[in-house]
Write a protein that binds this ligand. Structure first.
Ligand SMILES: C[S@@+](CC[C@H](N)C(=O)[O-])C[C@H]1O[C@@H](n2cnc3c(N)ncnc32)[C@H](O)[C@@H]1O
Length: 262
């Protein structure tokens, strides 16, 4: 895996003359450029890793773990299953799945950010059933039909090629295997407007004053704008040959989860 550095860190992360609108414009352009997006995302998560869990709890107003527990319950996980947690980050989903089955499942967490994985490995040091590997989700080193279930939490939105990512997931699942995605969704109506305001104005301020930089938290609403809605995702999953697709909205649709089977 070769990560060519565009040195976004120097360009943005340490910028003293912070300019919200300018950064937003730059982020939106980067999101349209596949390879640059991947490098940007990789460097961004390496950069925010130490604050990631704390910021997640603040932004989600304490609902992050509860939501993850809910989506895990949508899959009939049984002892001995082989389960993937893609874009595992600091490993919460992997750990929660493991706890649900009393550590009697075999979980592989995958992420390309070394810094996020360091935290995940530390949090899961007493879980011998969880293995973390550094890899790109678009080029996974596993044989086809290898896993009974695959989870991805707030990860799909970050991939430079969504279609390729979903096809890779399908390739790795056993026939009948479960795929669960959890990510930001698109909320409508007044609640949608309020949530948009929260994501665009308040969340970057949390980023600035708590993490010390608003950029990663401006990336959040920008990447969501470019990401398909839950309805479009369901359509895409169908088009790619997944079955029994079901969408569940949370928080007025500002967060959504799709569950499907191969
Ligand atoms: C928003 S975090 C989600 C972490 C965790 N799943 C959670 O729910 O909190 C997204 C993670 O995806 C990882 N990521 C993004 N694109 C990736 C890719 N192409 N391959 C591997 N990991 C990727 C990032 O490094 C980051 O850790």
């Amino acid at each position: 895996m070769v990560f060519q550095s565009y040195n976004f860190k120097r360009a943005f992360f340490n910028s003293n003359n912070e300019n919200f609108m300018e950064k937003k414009h730059i982020i939106k352009n980067i999101l349209d450029e596949g390879d640059k997006k991947a490098v940007f995302v990789h460097e961004m998560f390496d950069n925010i890793a130490s604050d990631y869990d704390r910021m997640n709890e603040i932004i989600s107003l304490g609902g992050n773990i509860k939501l993850k527990k809910r989506i895990i319950k949508t899959v009939p996980i049984k002892k001995g299953m082989k389960i993937l947690d893609l874009c595992t980050g600091t490993g919460d989903l992997a750990i929660l799945i493991s706890e649900r089955l009393n550590k009697e499942v075999c979980i592989t967490g995958v992420d390309f950010s070394q810094k996020m994985l360091e935290i995940a490995r530390n949090k899961a040091k007493n879980y011998e059933n969880i293995d973390f590997i550094q890899a790109d989700v678009l080029e996974l080193p596993f044989e086809e039909n290898s896993f009974e279930a695959c989870f991805i939490g707030y990860g799909l939105r970050n991939l430079k090629d969504l279609r390729k990512g979903l096809l890779e997931i399908k390739r790795l699942l056993k026939p009948g295997g479960y795929f669960v995605n959890l990510d930001l969704g698109k909320a409508g109506g007044l609640s949608g407007q309020l949530i948009k305001l929260y994501m665009n104005k308040i969340v970057p301020l949390f980023g600035k004053y708590i993490h010390g930089d608003s950029l990663p938290y401006q990336y959040l609403p920008c990447s969501n704008e470019k990401f398909p809605s839950q309805t479009e995702l369901v359509k895409l999953l169908k088009e790619l040959g997944f079955n029994n697709i079901m969408n569940t909205d949370f928080m007025f649709g500002s967060i959504a989860s799709q569950r499907a089977q191969k």
